[in-house]
Ligand binder design. Structure first.
Ligand code: PLP
Length: 358
């Protein structure tokens, strides 16, 4: 008998979701974004599975890229934030990594390094003010790098601040800014879209799209379910009931006695806690599926356990099945009860749950 907490990852569904992104933009190539350990799904396993399907992978750092290469991944790998130190350029050349260049330090140190890169993505800051060269400076940087004999191809790249908000005017403004920069550069491939932009915005065709969260079957939009977007659920986070008790009206549950029974209630204790990545700020009432029935979290999340009101579920017993999120309960819903987003819940899971690929 082992602790029953398991993260089940359906690799075929990741492939389905990747192909859906491609089908929405048939003239574009698509990265599979596998940064942050493939959003908690296991970058090595996910990337090796997708290696023969994808056009390229994208990660956040050279360490992540080297881990994938070291595990046998053959597809091109792009560093979405480029390099952080000059010493990385020669590794990029040797490994064939593609790089974003988003600031003067990167541009200058690249040109001084003399290394050859197959593809470079010049990132322009169209309004998010996080990464990227200014729209004023971008065209001259494009020109400079395009005239360098050390680069195979230069792509114009950007990233939107609010593509997940379909009523926001920001994306329209930022797209217009991007088109303005692009017009000042001779025709060149572009890359602007994350999942939200891929799914719902009218983006320039050709070039490269960058789906991340949608690969993992999670909707980037508040109020649009992933199934409505045609996405398949990828992760199912399951556990079991490890203890059961009945309590009376007025009795409290868990640390700080934050839950009080409203009548006679059946409380199930489940192996899953914040030490596994279940969100500690999940409130009383957060949905949890027990024996296929939706129940409500009762009491504060502990490090190793949660407690759930299972009064309305028939036949609950030790070992009854539990779904924390997955095909019967979206991670977005759990996130909405925990003042966060699905992205964070899957990405910040700890190494403690067992992981099973199907
Ligand atoms: C993480 C990331 C993406 C993927 O974003 P999703 O919202 O997860 O699709 C795309 N582009 C860049 C630059 C990123 O850093």
């Amino acid at each position: 008998m082992a602790r029953p907490l398991t993260k089940i990852v359906n690799l075929a569904s990741i492939k389905h979701n990747y192909l859906l992104a491609k089908a929405l933009h048939p003239d574009s190539k698509a990265f599979a974004v596998v940064k942050a350990n493939a959003y908690g799904h296991g970058a090595v396993a996910v990337s090796n599975y997708l290696d023969s399907t994808v056009d390229a992978f994208a990660v956040a750092s050279i360490e992540e890229a080297l881990e994938l290469r070291g595990s046998g991944v053959k597809s091109p790998i792009m560093l979405l934030e480029g390099v952080f130190e000059e010493s990385e350029w020669s590794i990029c050349e040797k490994q064939g990594f593609w790089c974003a260049i988003e600031n003067d330090f990167q541009a200058q140190s690249f040109l001084e390094s003399g290394v050859n890169l197959e593809k470079v993505f010049i990132k322009v800051d169209v309004g998010m003010h996080r990464l990227g060269v200014s729209p004023e400076k971008a065209p001259s940087l494009v020109k400079r790098l395009r005239s360098s004999r050390n680069i195979g191809e230069v792509v114009l790249m950007s990233h939107f601040s609010s593509a997940d908000d379909l009523s926001s005017k920001a994306t329209t403004d930022q797209l217009a800014c991007f088109h303005g920069v692009r017009e000042q550069c001779e025709s060149m491939p572009v890359s602007v879209a994350n999942s939200a932009a891929i799914l719902k915005w009218s983006i320039p065709q050709g070039g490269w799209i960058r789906p991340g969260i949608m690969l993992y079957g999670i909707s980037p939009f508040d109020g649009i379910r992933s199934s409505e977007l045609g996405l398949e659920t990828v992760m199912t986070f399951t556990s079991k009931v490890i203890s059961l008790r009945s309590i009376e009206r007025g009795q409290k549950v868990g640390y700080a006695e934050s839950y009080e029974a409203q009548g006679e209630e059946r409380i199930a204790t489940i192996a899953a806690g914040y030490g596994d990545g279940y969100p500690r700020n999940a409130v009383n009432g957060t949905p949890v599926i027990v024996n296929g029935i939706e129940c409500a979290l009762a009491g504060r999340v502990s490090m190793d356990m949660i407690t759930v009101n299972v009064t309305n579920v028939k036949n609950v017993e030790m070992g009854s099945s539990v779904q924390l999120w997955g095909d019967k309960l979206s991670v977005e819903r759990v996130a909405s009860h925990s003042s966060t987003i699905g992205y964070e819940l899957v990405t910040r899971m700890t190494g403690r749950p067992k992981i099973k690929y199907i």
